[in-house]
Design a protein around this ligand. Structure first.
Ligand code: UD1
Ligand code: CA
Length: 471
């Protein structure tokens, strides 16, 4: 099937009471529009067109990394009919089915879109509408059917009679339109009461001309609801959270409390991974098999290897944690880091843009930034790589099997050779050769009986003062 996707995203979203464009409101870190785009892309369309308006720049900026999208500009939000008409130019030369989707329908599933397109094809319709049953149809457009049960028009809630308002079958804002009937859009007249051109009017225009139209009532409100208010975004969040969590539950992920875990749409999780409450897995995160993620952890755009353990109150961003590593509690892994197999990053350790080798341990209170640390290194408590001189950042290299004593500072750029030993409390400013000992503390001095002598001195002084007072 030859498909072109058109997403309508030029509306003002007034009902959101927000200065941000409606379609960029985020659901678990991802703008609503991106969910819709993702679904369209899954259908392998020949082209994808997004109709943008006043917020055109902001919307384009969020999609910079996605190729194969053309943007069409609707200067004034004059309605959904006008929006699609603007896209018509960009569809010149395209022959096939134009799938039109409102940009505010983020819960739509691939299976439903496929089923809809198949029905459209099978029934040889020129225009099809995807409808659903809404127990409280509210502001949705109502589907009007003729005696033979064919959809003949869509009446917007504000224009509906009392009887029509009672109809529960409503328009989802998703349409399949054959390219050759696109010229019918030109017949849409201004709706005087709203001052807009309604795309929905194309149904009655087509029907009156004897063009084959119909509505397919598939899918549910939970999937097809449109978002117009902040309250509806909240509802979408809840539905999406439940839907995604249920999916991973089926795939063998174990949740201690499924109601408090937040997983973004593109996240993947391996089987037998156990997830504790209040965990956020966001962006393009991939969690391996048999991992344990303890409470209050957030992982963003990161890959966690099989069998890794992420302990309480840990934040991991843009990094790779390899198999069976252990991170936290209270650890922070900043973007560009790689934590090796079976490595251990303990409490109050911050790692930034650093490679930590396998089996290496940094158990407590450290800052490791711009460092390349080899395998089986011991990083003592309180170790700091001093990577910044106020102007530039420098690299610290620590080779395999090095022992860094507690409370050491490594002033970058500096290199510590394989197997070297840094004495606790050292400030390392020069490279250390392999197998050497480096210490930089002041030599210890012990003065025998110093305390006793001091006490005697204090005692005799007190005696002298008292005698003087008696006199
Ligand atoms: C629309 C439908 C309604 C349907 C509902 C489904 C019309 C007239 N009504 O109503 O039948 O039940 O969706 O959720 O189509 N947009 C533009 N340019 C504009 C106006 C809107 O691109 O000038 C975009 C919006 O950004 C939005 C989509 O079109 O993504 C729908 O617009 P919206 O104002 O939300 O329509 P509804 O009132 O929800
Ligand atoms: Ca809407």
């Amino acid at each position: 099937m030859n498909i072109a996707g058109v997403i309508l995203a030029a509306g003002l979203g007034k009902r959101m009471s927000s200065s941000a464009p409606k379609v960029l409101h985020k659901i678990y870190g991802t703008p609503m529009l991106h969910y819709v785009l993702h679904r369209i892309h899954e259908l392998n369309p020949q082209k994808v067109i997004v109709v943008v308006g006043k917020h055109c720049k902001e919307i384009k900026d969020t999609l910079e990394h996605v190729d194969s999208i053309s943007f069409v500009y609707q200067r004034e939000a004059k309605g959904t009919g006008d929006a699609l008409l603007k896209a018509e130019q960009a569809l010149k030369g395209f022959q096939g089915t134009v799938l039109v989707v409102n940009g505010d329908t983020p819960l739509i599933r691939r299976e439903t879109l496929k089923k809809f397109l198949n029905l459209h094809k099978q029934k040889k319709n020129a225009i099809s509408v995807l409808s659903f049953i809404a127990p409280n149809p509210g502001s949705y457009g109502r589907i009007i059917r003729d005696d033979s049960d064919r959809a003949v028009s869509i009446i917007e809630d504000r224009d509906a009679t009392i009887i029509q308002k009672g109809i529960k079958e409503v328009n989802s804002g998703i349409y399949a339109i054959e390219s050759e009937v696109l010229p019918l859009l030109k017949g849409i007249k201004l709706n005087e009461s709203k001052g807009e051109y309604y795309l929905t009017d194309v149904i009655s225009i087509a029907y009156d001309k004897g063009v084959r139209v119909d509505a397919f009532c598939i899918g549910s409100e939970d999937e097809l609801m449109g978002v117009n208010t902040q309250g509806e975004i909240e509802k979408v969040r809840r539905i999406m959270r439940e839907m995604i969590a249920q999916e991973w539950l089926k795939k063998g992920v174990n949740f201690v409390d499924i109601n408090s875990v937040f997983i973004s749409l593109n996240v993947t999780i391996g089987r037998d991974t156990q997830i504790y409450p209040n965990v956020y897995l966001e962006g393009s995160t991939k969690i391996g098999k048999g991992c344990t993620i303890y409470p209050n952890v957030r992982v963003l755009d990161s890959t966690i290897g099989d069998g890794a353990v992420i302990k309480d109150f840990t934040l991991i961003e843009g990094s790779v944690v390899k198999e069976r590593a252990s991170i936290g509690p209270f650890a922070r892994i900043r973007p560009g880091s790689q934590i090796g197999e079976e490595a251990r990053i303990g409490n109050f350790v911050e790692v930034k843009k650093s490679v930590i080798g396998s089996g290496t341990k940094a158990g407590h209170l450290s800052y490791l930034g711009d460092a390349k640390i080899g395998n089986n290194v011991n990083i003592g408590a309180g170790t700091i790589t001093c990577n910044y001189d106020g102007h530039k950042k420098y690299i610290t290299v620590i080779e395999d099997d090095v022992f860094v004593g507690s409370d050491s500072q490594l002033i970058a750029p500096v290199k510590v050779g394989r197997g070297a030993f840094i004495g606790a409390g050292s400030t390392i400013t020069k490279d250390v050769s392999s197998m050497a000992l480096a210490t930089s503390r002041v030599k210890q001095r012990n003065i025998e009986d110093w305390v006793r002598k001091k006490q005697l001195k204090v005692k005799s002084e007190k005696l002298r003062v008292r005698k003087k007072a008696k006199r």
